[in-house]
Design a protein around this ligand. Structure first.
Ligand code: F0G
Length: 533
């Protein structure tokens, strides 16, 4: 027993056990391009073809030479990683470059202001916090308008320039006062009470069934998987989930939500010497979050039709749209924003994963100028955010994406199409085993039919325990030196998210491996599964 194995497992030991049960508890010692190197029992390094790619974090692969060289320059130049609370020109340059590309893709010139963070969920938290700050401030502005209107009406009535219509007292259920007292005193008190109740309503978030936005306190309540959410419901925001893949059901659900959640505030208006009471909409919607292509939920692209229903809803309900591009963005589908293919216009965007070039941990929340609240800058921050190292690395990533007129975007689209063609070829050869191939560009999913009724006991048990996808991943790793995983909330779907460096040879290798897997499943031959090296 070596010294390391003698140490008690103190970093998520249970998870390590689960990995081990599927033959996935492998140590990797080196990585470059689409290859990770595992340490074999004999201590030698053996290459593994990586299709998991950091869950979509490696659009340019592991340790891309130009990104590593940039990192080396920064460290050799002693870049001031910790220079908080100062001028961060590199962060501004990064925000400006993101804006330039977004403006090109969306055909807009409206600035998007950047709040940097360190992980995807942090960027989502920033979007949620900013959206709530904006909602609360908008509500305060409305209430101030209503109060000013009430004062104006009261003054006009006391000056004898206006009369209060009987319907005002009837609607509020208060008596018209007799004598010379303030005729609006009870009216304004009751109106203020009613508006107070309305404005105290908790904010409502909308998200899509199957969606994933992170596992921090705010983001986890917007993530559909009940197992992630349930233990923490008391801590977080209230989300309503609507269908992602059935446009008609989505349309109907959004209509229902609008009716259920629309709030109204009461307001006194003075017109032609008369004081009337009117109702005005009060939006309790804080934000609608969506992924243009759901990642963790099973690689599910949003349809054009569903996108139209959502855009119409957010415009009608004045509900900010947060487009979470943390996995689908950064060129993976042939554009910086996968949502630009859907004609969606976000109020907010979140980006992470590949923004850090596979070396830095960087994320960003972008909010359009029309919604931006500068007060947010004073109430939200992070020690490591917008640091010089991650900003410079992210600038390098954008430089690589934009080089040669966007060659990397075209590569992502072309390589993704080649990979998808192969996956579809395997599916059509095994329609009894493979249910679907989904996705776009280099964000593809390969879904197996449910095996919970399988003849083969080991396959059936793996499926019933939720480990099926992981057992298949273990066989791909140990039997074919190919690494990937199922999408954690849709475990019958394997995720394929390689870098733009993907070669035809690497696609061929995966084809052979998947053909082997499908043969094992067709023949129900679990004895052929290789779960250890
Ligand atoms: N939003 C999306 C769309 C994601 O795919 C992820 C992470 C997050 C937010 C959270 O980012 O992990 O950096 O905090 N997706 C990983 C996955 C976990 O399995 O696809 P994080």
């Amino acid at each position: 027993m070596n010294a390391e194995s003698a140490v008690a497992e103190l970093a998520e030991p249970y998870l390590r056990g689960l990995l081990s049960s599927a033959g996935l508890d492998v140590e990797y010692v080196r990585a470059e391009g689409n290859t990770l190197y595992r340490r074999g029992e004999d201590g030698r390094e053996t290459p593994v073809l990586d299709y998991a790619s950091g869950y979509g974090s490696l659009i340019f692969g592991h340790n891309h030479p130009e990104i590593v060289a940039r990192a080396g320059e920064l460290l050799a130049g002693r870049t001031p990683v910790h220079a908080q609370f100062s001028s961060h020109p590199y962060a501004n340059r990064l925000a400006a470059e993101l804006n330039r590309i977004i403006h090109r893709e969306l055909g807009t010139g409206e600035p998007y202001y950047a709040t940097f963070a360190n992980s995807g969920a942090e960027a989502v938290e920033a979007a949620v916090k900013h959206a709530e700050l904006d909602r609360v401030l908008r509500l305060a502005e409305t209430m101030a308008e209503i109060a000013a209107g009430a004062e104006e009406a009261r003054t006009a009535v006391l000056d004898g320039r206006a009369v209060v219509l009987g319907e005002v007292f009837a609607r509020l259920g208060v008596e018209r006062p007799s004598g010379s007292g303030d005729p609006l005193e009870l009216v304004i008190a009751e109106m203020t009470r009613v508006n107070g109740e309305q404005s105290a309503k908790a904010p409502v978030f909308l998200a899509l069934e199957g969606g994933f936005h992170g596992k921090l306190i705010g983001s986890v309540q917007l993530t559909h998987n009940e197992a992630y959410r349930a233990p923490f419901t008391a801590l977080g925001a209230r989300a309503r989930f609507v269908p992602q893949d059935r446009p008609d059901a989505l349309r109907d659900a959004l209509k229902e939500v609008l009716e259920d959640e629309r709030g109204t505030l009461l307001q006194l208006v003075l017109e032609d010497g008369e004081v009337r009471l009117v109702e005005r909409d009060h939006s309790v919607f804080c934000a609608f979050l969506l992924e243009p292509i759901q990642g963790e939920g099973g690689i599910r692209p949003l349809s054009w039709e569903a996108a139209r229903h959502i855009q119409e809803f957010v415009d009608t309900a004045e509900c900010p749209l947060v487009i979470d591009e943390i996995q689908s963005g950064m060129g993976r589908t042939g554009a910086l924003l996968a949502s630009s293919h859907l004609g969606l216009r976000g109020d907010y965007y979140t980006l992470a994963k590949s923004l850090g070039g596979g070396l830095a941990k960087a994320s960003v929340m972008l909010v359009r100028e029309a919604r931006y609240r500068t007060q947010f800058e004073l109430v939200h921050s992070s020690t490591f955010a917008k640091d010089s190292f991650s900003c410079h690395i992210a600038l390098k990533v954008l430089e690589l994406l934009e080089a040669d007129g966007g060659r990397a975007y075209r590569q992502a689209a072309e390589r993704g199409a080649a990979l998808e063609t192969m996956l579809e070829k395997v599916r059509s050869a095994f329609p009894d085993v493979v249910k679907a191939v989904r996705g776009m560009g280099l964000m593809l999913g390969f879904e197996f039919h449910d095996q919970s009724q399988a003849e083969d006991e080991a396959i059936r048990e793996a499926a019933c325990s939720g480990m099926f996808g992981y057992v298949i991943a273990g066989h791909l790793l140990n039997g074919h030196a190919i690494r990937t995983f199922p999408t954690a909330s849709a475990v019958n779907t394997l995720r394929f998210e390689p870098s733009v460096l993907l070669t035809d040879g690497e696609i061929d290798r995966l084809e052979r491996a998947l053909t082997d897997v499908c043969g094992i499943l067709r023949e129900q031959a679990s004895n052929r599964l290789v779960l250890s090296s």
